[in-house]
Ligand binder design. Structure first.
Ligand code: NAP
Length: 319
């Protein structure tokens, strides 16, 4: 019989973390999800072995108490945008938090950490997002006495994502021509179930200790191709207009002032680097990656309430 593990997840209420928690719960592992907003995320309590604890994840004392007795910690906290422009919000969520987690893991003696980074994370990357993701990943791999594995996915898609559904929502709300920045930027989108399986299957595999895995799907697309796919499956058939570089800068600067910051100058800088694996990106553990074409038309089909749900949700406050 498989051992029932005690697992604490930070960011377990988010798009990817929720999927991982579901897969772990199916295997009857005991899971504690730490969240800033317990009431908003009570849906995870449908699984009998999942508990939700509210608290400040930046409090190392609280983390150490929650980590005590855990077999595994998973960190999926991440932000795509910050309130200001100087990178402080990114540093807080991607670097300082990992340092706090490190202190708490050492205090509690947790033997295993699975950490979520991002493809192209590098200390000389053009955006705060990618630079701070790299610093966080490096810091995670330096925790003494803890076996760390990190994952670096390209963009992750699936129902309730903030990528395909965001574009579907924007296409819906802009009636005629759809202005697209960086149409030639390339991505290797990976399905959320495949990312979740990488986390779940790596937990007890010793050959994943101290490793970082680039995760990409089966096909490389330009941003234009992806938006065109969404355009077709939603039945919206907007005319997509490619923006030049200065128009894209203007669009990003304006969108920074829209509530929830749907696009920003920092996002635009991340798009300067193709979001694809440099070497053939085989998923670990023999996982066969899911093509976009087999699932996006299901959750974005006309009449599915995914779009309405997102449109009615209030924008999240920025850190
Ligand atoms: N989605 C993608 O395409 C993609 C691609 C590459 C890498 N990643 C990385 O994968 C991870 C998960 O992504 P996701 O799409 O699932 O994100 P998500 O849906 O936005 O979830 C992120 C989680 O982090 C917590 N969180 C957000 N901001 C925080 C803050 N300032 N301080 C503390 N906690 C905060 C939230 O938990 P509470 O609100 O419950 O506290 C939330 O559940 C992130 O690290 C992201 O950078 C994602």
């Amino acid at each position: 019989m498989r051992k029932q593990l005690k697992i604490c997840i930070l960011g377990g209420t988010g798009f990817v973390g929720h999927r991982i928690a579901a897969d772990l719960a199916e295997q009857s592992h005991r899971i504690v999800i730490l969240t800033r907003h317990q009431q908003r995320h009570r849906d995870v309590l449908v699984w009998p072995t999942v508990a939700l604890k509210e608290g400040d994840v930046y409090d190392s004392g609280l983390l150490a108490r929650q980590f005590r007795g855990m077999d595994v910690v998973m960190n999926l906290v991440g932000i795509l945008n910050e309130r200001g422009h100087r990178g402080k919000g990114f540093e807080h969520a991607h670097v300082e938090l990992v340092e706090t987690i490190s202190t708490a893991i050492q205090a509690a003696g947790v033997p295993r950490l699975l950490h979520m980074s991002a493809l192209n994370a590098s200390t000389d990357a053009p955006s705060h997002y990618l630079r701070t993701k790299a610093l966080g990943e490096e810091s995670a791999h330096r925790i003494p006495g803890c076996n760390v594995t990190s994952f670096r996915p390209s963009v992750v898609f699936g129902e309730r994502d903030s990528f395909t559904t965001r574009f579907a929502q924007l296409l819906k709300s802009i009636p005629w021509k759809f202005p697209l920045a960086k149409p030639a930027a390339r991505f290797q989108p990976i399905h959320v179930d495949d990312v979740a399986q990488c986390f779940v299957r790596s937990i007890s595999r010793h050959n994943t200790f101290a490793q970082s895995y680039n995760l990409g799907g089966p096909k490389i697309y330009t941003l234009y191709d992806i938006v065109q796919l969404i355009n077709e499956v939603t039945g919206l058939h907007r005319r997509i207009v490619s923006l030049g570089d200065w128009q894209a800068c203007l669009q990003a600067a304006v969108m920074e002032w829209v509530p929830g910051k749907p696009f920003s100058v920092d996002n635009l800088r991340s798009l300067e680097v193709d979001n694809i694996c440099r070497t053939p990106c085989l998923l670990p553990f023999g996982i066969q990656p899911t093509p976009m074409e087999s699932v996006v038309p299901v959750y974005l089909r006309p009449g599915n309430d995914t779009l309405n749900r997102i449109r009615n949700a209030p924008p999240a406050p920025l850190p």
